[in-house]
Design a protein around this ligand. Structure first.
Ligand code: NAD
Ligand code: TYD
Length: 352
């Protein structure tokens, strides 16, 4: 690692917390600054195990706050950014698109401007790593895969805002020689995911005997990747990619929602000592999501070919591990669902 100080935005969120943990532990001589606004999705309890590490710092801030960002760049002499901060939930983007435009588009441009200003044209050994999604490519039919050459065709306010930010990041590369790399990843699952997304929401509902709201017919297809594997892919790309590159990251692991939900129900029946089939009875078909993308599938062969990365575990193993984590961390789940986790920040980090 040739970077002395890395700013990770959105480090208190789901994927960000796994990236922070990996970098703090793997690079003890590099200062890792977690910059996060702590929206409803940001939870510092995700990082209890690393918060006392000598190379970890937390800065509460908004990526739209140019002044605060500039002060943080100056204080830590930041020489690389891994940008994960975003509004990330498709359903929320349908009810509140402007929030996604502000954070995901304007926030990304603001962050790049501050980095560009601070680095002041000297981009040697500097990097801006933009973490994005496969949803920018739109929706597939029965066949085919998203490659890095697939034209962008976003169809939800969330994916349109991420696509815009990707375009801006590439535009800064071409226009200013700004040192960027982008990765577009498929659906992540694992520990610490906010229980609004499919897998943690359904684990929580099964546990509490609540209905499992399946959108439409449940025949939409997603490719699922274990979040720890995503963090590892980010590390590999961060350290080895050429500037200006894009990599797709995926799990080679397509599931229809209904097949995944049934697999999850089966694991939950075993773990909770219920009769096989009990949890499936909670499945309830509800009105479909507006503009619901039919299928996402990633061709991650470029990443395998160039940087020799591939997922480390099979989905069945990752899903069981995930269920075990949520069942073992009942307190985390109940504090997140009740909103109590917000008090942790107040106690631990007084407003600066
Ligand atoms: P998340 O919603 O769990 O976390 C987002 C984090 O960003 C939170 O900690 C939140 O407090 C912070 N944040 C939000 N707005 C902010 C702002 N204005 N300033 C500073 N911090 C702010 O999201 P996630 O699922 O961990 O996703 C992280 C990134 O990865 C996002 O950019 C997302 O688009 C991308 N991504 C997610 C997935 C997935 O399956 N979850 C897949 C591919 C790519
Ligand atoms: P989600 O976890 O929101 O991720 P994304 O929309 O980014 O793929 O949803 C995954 C799939 O599960 C998606 O096809 C929508 C579906 N879904 C449901 O059927 N019910 C739900 O309650 C949720 C949250 C999602």
């Amino acid at each position: 690692m040739d970077k002395k100080s890395i700013l990770i935005t959105g480090g208190a969120g789901f994927i960000g917390s796994h990236v922070v943990r990996l970098f703090v532990n793997k690079y003890p001589d590099t200062t890792i600054v977690n910059y996060d606004k702590l929206t409803y999705a940001g939870n510092l309890e995700n990082l209890l195990d690393v918060e006392r590490s000598s190379n970890y710092r937390f800065e509460k801030g908004d990526i739209l706050d140019e002044k605060k960002l500039a002060a943080v760049f100056e204080e830590y002499k930041i020489d690389a950014v891994i940008h994960l901060a975003a509004e990330s939930h498709v359903d929320r983007s349908i009810s509140n698109p402007l929030e996604f435009v502000n954070t995901n588009i304007t926030g990304t441009a603001t962050l790049m401007n501050v980095a560009k200003e601070f680095w002041n044209g000297n981009f040697e050994n500097k990097l801006f790593y933009h973490v994005s999604t496969d949803e920018v490519y739109g929706s597939l039919g029965e066949t085919g895969y998203f490659t890095e050459e697939t034209p962008y065709d976003p169809r939800s306010p969330y994916s349109a805002s991420k696509a815009s930010s990707d375009h801006l990041v590439r535009a800064y590369f071409h226009t200013y020689g700004f040192p960027i790399v982008i990765s577009n990843c498929s659906n992540n699952y694992g520990a610490n995911q906010f229980p609004e997304k499919l897998i943690p929401l359904f684990i929580n509902n099964i546990k509490s005997n609540l209905p499992l709201p399946v959108y439409g017919k449940g025949d939409n297809v997603r490719d699922w990747l274990w979040v720890v594997d995503h963090a590892q892919a980010i590390d590999v790309i961060f350290n080895n990619s050429k500037l200006g590159e894009t990599y797709n990251i995926g799990g080679n692991n397509e599931w229809t929602n209904i097949a995944l939900i049934k697999a999850l129900c089966k694991i939950m029946d075993q773990k909770l000592g219920r009769k096989e089939g009990d949890s499936e009875k909670l499945i309830t078909y509800v009105k479909d999501r507006e503009g619901h993308d039919k299928r996402y599938a990633i061709d991650a062969s470029k990443l395998k070919r160039d940087l020799d990365w591939e997922p480390s575990i099979q989905f069945e193993e990752g899903l069981e591990d995930t269920v075990d984590w949520y069942l073992k961390n009942e307190e985390w789940l109940s504090r997140v669902t009740s909103g109590d986790y917000k008090n942790y920040y107040q106690k631990q980090y007084q407003e600066r």
